[in-house]
Design a protein around this ligand. Structure first.
Ligand SMILES: Nc1ncnc2c1ncn2[C@@H]1O[C@H](COP(=O)(O)OP(=O)(O)OP(=O)(O)O)[C@@H](O)[C@H]1O
Ligand SMILES: [Mg+2]
Length: 256
């Protein structure tokens, strides 16, 4: 494995606050600001969405790969985890969609209902494994605190909490921070308040112990683009969401 150490950004927060939209915006901004750098986008939400937001078509998911690797091991002796990961590595690079200057990987949705934890555990190993091959990894997380609790995000270097203006949203962000303080080895943490409709009330908003990196207004262009089924690459360069994300990435010192 090479020495390069990726900045691993993960977005977390309450449902529906804009994690996927802002994750896609981060991927676009990183590819624009650091042309030639290796950017990996990971959709860690089984409900899927980042592929649409980025305009990529998913052919094979991490869950498919996990199954294939497990199945190939079932012929004989159980294999060591490291051996499984080495085989995964091939298959993952094969399955990655490479386009528009970034690579894309989706966790997928396990077919059998119920426990999602094994693919989550696998995701955690895969993130560590791939970190050496990329400059930036952007992970669009599942809503809520569970993936933090299950240590899927353990290796994340930049944890970005997303909320709307609601108390409920900032409360979820605070809960995630508390859990992450125990379970994530993050270097930097910050919050983005998204879909702001009452900017005059921004002074009332706080996320305990976390700097607010940006307040991003509710943006008609973003909403319309979503309705049309457009991707983040269809938004004009100076759009509110892209500017807001650029500001947040500057504050957290990913951009200078
Ligand atoms: N700044 C914004 N202005 C207007 N609409 C926005 C903004 N940010 C996100 N949206 C819209 O809000 C909706 C929810 O956003 P998104 O899917 O990104 O949230 P999420 O946190 O990923 O949701 P989930 O928890 O379901 O995964 C989408 O229709 C999206 O286009
Ligand atoms: Mg989402």
């Amino acid at each position: 494995m090479n020495e390069r150490k990726a900045k691993i950004l993960a977005l977390a927060g309450k449902g529906g606050v804009g994690k996927t939209s802002l994750a896609s915006a981060m991927v676009r901004v990183l590819t624009e600001e650091f042309p030639g750098s290796r950017v990996l986008a990971i959709d860690a939400d089984p409900a899927v969405g980042l592929s649409t937001a980025l305009g990529v078509t998913v052919t094979s998911t991490l869950d498919d790969i996990r199954r294939a690797v497990v199945a190939s091991a079932e012929d004989g002796r159980p294999r060591e985890a490291i051996e499984m990961l080495n085989e995964s590595r091939f298959r993952i690079f094969d399955a990655m969609v490479e386009t528009k200057g970034f690579s894309f990987l989706a966790i997928g949705r396990p077919e059998n209902e119920g426990c999602f934890c094994s693919v989550n555990a696998y995701l955690k190993e895969v993130v560590s494994m791939l970190a050496g091959d990329f400059d930036f990894v952007v992970i669009d997380g599942e809503a809520g605190v569970e993936q933090i609790q299950r240590r899927v995000m353990e290796k994340v270097s930049h944890l970005i909490l997303i909320s709307d203006q609601s108390r409920k949203g900032t409360h979820v962000a605070e809960t995630i921070k508390d859990v992450a303080d125990e379970l994530v080895m993050y270097e930097r943490i910050g919050a983005i308040i998204n879909r702001v409709t009452n900017p005059e009330l921004n002074g009332f908003i706080s996320v305990k112990g976390v700097d607010i990196l940006a307040f991003i207004p509710a943006d008609d262009q973003q909403a319309a683009n979503d309705i049309r089924g457009g991707s983040i690459f269809d938004l004009p360069a100076g759009s509110t969401v892209l500017d807001g994300v650029r500001e947040a990435l500057r504050k957290i010192e990913i951009l200078s």
